[in-house]
Design a protein around this ligand. Sequence first.
Ligand code: KG4
Ligand code: ZN
Length: 344
Amino acid sequence: MLILGIESSCDETAASVARDHTEILSNVVSSQVEEHKLYGGVVPEIASRRHCENVLPVVQKALDDAGVTLAELDGIAVTAYPGLIGALLVGVNFAKGLALTAGKPLVPVHHLAGHIASNYIAHPELKPPYLCLVVSGGHSHLVEVLSYTTFRILGRTRDDAAGECFDKCARAMGYPYPGGIHLDKASKNGNPDAFSLPRPKIAGNAYDFSFSGLKTAVVNLLHNTAQKGGTICKEDLAASVQATIAGILTEHTMRAAREHGYSTIAVAGGVSANSGVRAAMQEACDKQGYRLYLPPLHLCGDNGAMIACAGSYAFDAGIRADSSLNASATMELTAWGELGVVKN
Ligand code: KG4
Ligand code: ZN
């Protein structure tokens, strides 16, 4: 089975062809990060315009690299939700046109289901059910993966996503957008115990996350120190922030695994590239005797391969869209299948 996957939910235009779910024949990513860096974050209109320019050459290259023609495809999968609406619309409309022209089924994919699928590519032996921590720039979810296409959400962030917290702390420290990776690099030369940062306890669901207090504490610490004419060792602060975020994510995941009886755990999304998060999760899982799955670094951020893979499983599950498919900026992972989707 050959599925083309198209991704345009944020600032990466990406496409990929997957054979039999997990064999990736091509994976083309055109990143706009250098342009958005000038503005300190993603500018939605610029993102949409670049997707418009890039989507055709990116998809063409994905087919060429795979040595596959449109006619040979079994289906065309596209990220339809959630994300920047103007960015999503470009990929969705392109995929609709392509599916119509080629006479192929159209498969709408939830972006987070895509991130979750990134682990199947590197670890085809990973099979539901298991527990997945999905941490990106826009989301922090603790998800029970019940099947390849059905999920239950145990916890989520009440405010900022983990990646957003990394980026906002990094920005306050003077690193360019997106700051997570710079903070990660700086932390390698810092002392994670140098600063004691808040680990917010929130009422209600014990699995939920809250990161805005941590961000505020970092911003205040930097301001107060500057006002007093002092200096802060950026490496130490980076290491302390990273250890705090990694600690919160790991603690919640381990608690959920223990209380829900999971011994297979995965991490996915852009923040799964973070060296501190990977190490903390590995250490905690080793201690408990749990099996941990992490995506390879090139599949942590947004890419087309994860959409082609998730789209392949969705294709099997009968998830289809007709030409009335619309994009949506928001969509619950658990509701995948309800918006403009025809379930066979
Ligand atoms: O999944 P993703 O590429 O896009 C979204 O769906 O949001 O995630 C991007 C997020 C950004 O916040 C970025 O700073 C963060 O992932 N990120 C990292 C690292 N690499 C990417 N955060 C911390 N450490 C990293 N090494
Ligand atoms: Zn993403």
